[in-house]
Design a protein around this ligand. Sequence first.
Ligand code: NAP
Length: 283
Amino acid sequence: MILDGSALSQKKKLNYVKRVKYLTEKLGRAPSLHVVLVGEDPASQVYVGHKEKLCIATAVTSKLHKLDSKTTKEELKSLILKLNNDSNVDGLLVQLPLPESLKGFDPLMYIDPRKDVDGLSPMNMGLMIKGEAFAEPCTPKGIIELLREHSIELEGLKACVIGRSETVGWPMAWMLTRENATVTVCHSKTKNLKDSLKSFDLVVAAAGRPEFVSAADLKEGAIVVDVGIHRGKDAKLVGDFNPEGSEEKNLSYSPVPGGVGPMTVSTLLENLFSLIESKLDCK
Ligand code: NAP
């Protein structure tokens, strides 16, 4: 089975138009998403482009703050604080990674958790454990939804998350645990990782290594969620999983492109709507 994130996100888009209309009436203006992009990283520019495109398609105001790679920590911090205090800004994100020159500066420490559409600020990460986050990290949240849409029962599954990043691996492991899967987290220091993969029902491949996992590494009927995105040979996009041989092993997997990527972007928009709804509830 193909875990088709493109189809699901297209289906969800229909509902967004209605939701945006409702929120626009309540706010007296369109919902707004502000994105800060520092430097010229090509992949970041592509991701930001996808977010802008979905905003335009759903009548959300999207504002890009493009800063050059010479931007200082103080300048970036001051822009974040200014946007935090602007009542016309509903959602705010700083596209990661930041250029080398900003090494050691963590923008997530400054974003208002009530505007943190990525759900990655320390406060939201902490509140997630309590089930009370204003927003939860988009990629893992979108993955849980993709699995649900395909009627995959997570309770009792033996799951392996490859990668322990703050944005993907860790929150993914937490969300799968919350769904009553039994989770093993692997990373670059894990020994004999490939040999152990056959014992898992579900593998989330988020190592950021092109075609790191192959069908031969997995057990019959396993489910693979492929988070990685890489520009492979002939400029073709590939993931962390090479799907060759999946049919013979009856594997279910999310394709690259068209799997996790579109779910991440649609979850971002849903986080924006939830942030606005909780703001309106508080009024
Ligand atoms: P990251 O911060 O670089 O983290 C990679 C993780 O993988 C680290 O925990 C690292 O272990 C682990 N790892 C690296 N090599 C490994 C190996 N050989 N064996 C086992 N584990 C290994 O990356 P990320 O931000 O989590 O993103 C991962 C991938 O997903 C990237 O390709 C990224 O572009 C993609 N991504 C896609 C989406 C989407 O919407 N589709 C969203 C976010 C990210 P250590 O901790 O030991 O270093």
